[in-house]
Ligand binder design. Structure first.
Ligand code: PBG
Length: 325
């Protein structure tokens, strides 16, 4: 026998040398939830181990992430008031804007990325402005641009539009450029499916649509070619980083988008992916640590360069221990 694949599996040193997928803590992003108010750190039942923090306490989550070696956060807001037009999404003193200022004042080295969307701020829970009971794409663009600009004015390092309106990357790019923020990158949720995997997040953020669903703007999960269409459009509109979301059920999409674009590719391992692992582990059915390591590596192996995950701290710890990476 000339060829024996097992030679490279003999011991840990050889196995690590021959690894094809390398991952770094630098590529991990931790989602965090900001709730309007004071002195809040309340557990999120649907995302076991995660909390909603008021801006005055968000530093605790950042501190903890930094201890693990994670220095990038993706911020979501839970405002005190919602209305038809999602006013607190672009309010100077909105909850996310307050949170950004807090984090940047205390931890200037942390990369603060903000989710830009209307659904957490609108009374109807849709990701845009309604007209005759439907989300009006073009009318929504100005609101998204205003939200993105207000985040950047508060000190955000990067904005991440997740609404899936057509043309929003360009609208945001123009608003940022017109105000002198030409150097602020946009990470676009370019390929975002209308997924059942977002369920736990919508409980966490209180952002489930009041009527109907998001299939009129988020993508149909029967489609793969459409991912290329969305990705290439956002490249043309000036996105700096593209994202595929969800991740685990969509590794084919991660791979095909990674092969087609020249931008860094992020994958978002969403709330449902996290919650399923947590629940199965709690029932004693799986080894949580092993599964979170293997899932993370599989997303990078498919072609992701950056991973947004509720397990960011745990993955960083696994990298530190040398179990993955
Ligand atoms: C906002 C937004 C959602 C998620 C990220 N940004 C919810 C949705 O589109 O319904 C989901 C994230 C997750 O499930 O972890 N539009």
């Amino acid at each position: 026998m000339l060829i024996r694949p097992r030679r490279l599996r003999e011991n840990p040193v050889i196995r690590k040398m021959a690894r094809e997928t390398r991952i770094s803590k630098d590529s991990l992003i931790l989602p965090l939830f900001l709730e309007e108010g004071k002195d809040i750190k309340s557990p999120i039942p649907s995302l076991d181990g995660h909390f909603r923090y008021s801006p005055d306490r968000i530093g605790e989550a950042i501190e903890n992430a930094l201890r693990h070696g994670v220095d990038k956060a993706l911020l979501f807001g839970i405002p005190a008031c919602k209305d038809e037009k999602g006013s607190s999404a672009y309010a100077e003193n909105g909850v996310v804007q307050q949170g950004i200022r807090k984090i940047k004042a205390q931890y200037p080295e942390v990369c603060v990325i903000t989710d830009v969307c209307m659904c957490e701020y609108t009374s109807h829970g849709h990701c845009g402005i309604l007209k005759d009971g439907k989300v009006d794409n073009d009318a929504t663009l100005d609101y998204l641009a205003a939200a993105a600009l207000s985040h950047v004015e508060a000190g955000a390092d990067m904005v991440a539009p997740s609404d899936m309106m057509d043309g929003r990357v360009l609208a945001i790019r123009e608003a940022l450029d017109d105000n002198g923020y030409t150097y602020i990158p946009i990470m676009s949720y370019a390929v975002k499916y209308a997924s059942y995997f977002y369920g736990p997040f919508r409980d966490a953020a209180g952002s489930a649509p009041g009527f109907g669903d998001r299939r009129g703007y988020q993508m149909d999960w029967h489609n793969a070619k459409e991912a290329a269409k969305e990705a290439l459009l956002d490249v043309e509109e000036g996105a700096d980083i593209l994202m595929v979301k969800p991740a685990l059920g969509y590794l084919d999409i991660v791979k095909s988008v990674a092969e087609r674009i020249n931008l860094p590719l992020a994958a978002y391992s969403v709330s449902g992916e996290y919650a399923m692992i947590k629940a199965a582990a709690k029932m004693g059915l799986i080894d949580e640590y092993g599964i979170l390591c293997e899932s993370a590596v599989s997303i990078y192996r498919a072609g992701a360069d950056i991973l947004i995950t509720y397990y960011a701290n745990e993955i960083a710890e696994a990298i530190e221990k040398g179990d993955i990476g």
